[in-house]
Design a protein around this ligand. Structure first.
Ligand code: S3P
Length: 169
């Protein structure tokens, strides 16, 4: 079976861009979990969280993650920033033997990307709550099997190349 990996890390670190480059380089299918959720629910992530609440969103997220994993065609899965923080989602990935890669950037770097992005992120609408979430999550992200540091000057192309060199060659 083709090697599969999942990318995790805080909002704004560049999971989707790195996943896109990596999938292109490795000629693998890439699935972005947030996008898969939006396709399944026909609503944006922000509409789900704002309209149905965070718990309901997390239930949908786990269900869609399971479906993506069971489908088996995606070689690269970019998770949402909160996906890996739930034990049940880590179990889904573990059961399918999909290693997780933590893309780590500083909070300020992530925040800069969040503010420049068009994506509406309900959990990052104000800097202080985003920083608190960032601090709380570091100890969980570091449970990932692999770890790559995204420096302020590194491009997602370069990060994808590093992952390819270290994990796929
Ligand atoms: C979330 C991150 C978002 C999205 C949702 C919740 C989080 O994805 O899944 O808004 O809890 O960190 P990105 O990390 O792709 O922005």
């Amino acid at each position: 079976m083709t090697k599969r990996i999942a990318l995790t890390g805080f909002m704004g670190v560049g999971k989707s861009s790195v996943a896109r480059h990596l999938a292109h380089r490795l000629k693998l299918k890439w699935t972005d979990l947030d996008r898969a959720i939006e396709d399944a629910e026909r609503k944006s992530v922000a509409e789900i969280i704002d309209g149905e609440g965070l718990d309901a969103y997390r239930d949908i997220e786990s269900r869609v993650l399971q479906a993506v994993v069971d489908d088996g065609t995606a070689g690269i899965i970019s998770l949402g920033g909160g996906t890996f923080t739930l034990e049940r989602n880590r179990e889904i990935l573990k059961a399918a033997e999909i290693p997780t890669v933590w893309l780590e950037a500083s909070f300020e770097h992530s925040w800069l990307n969040i503010t420049f992005s068009k994506k509406d992120r309900p959990l990052a609408r104000d800097k202080e709550s985003a920083r608190q979430l960032f601090d709380e999550r570091q100890k969980i992200y570091c449970l990932a099997e692999w770890h790559f540091v995204v420096r302020p000057d590194s491009t997602s192309f370069e990060v994808a190349r590093q992952i390819e060199e270290q994990m796929f060659s």
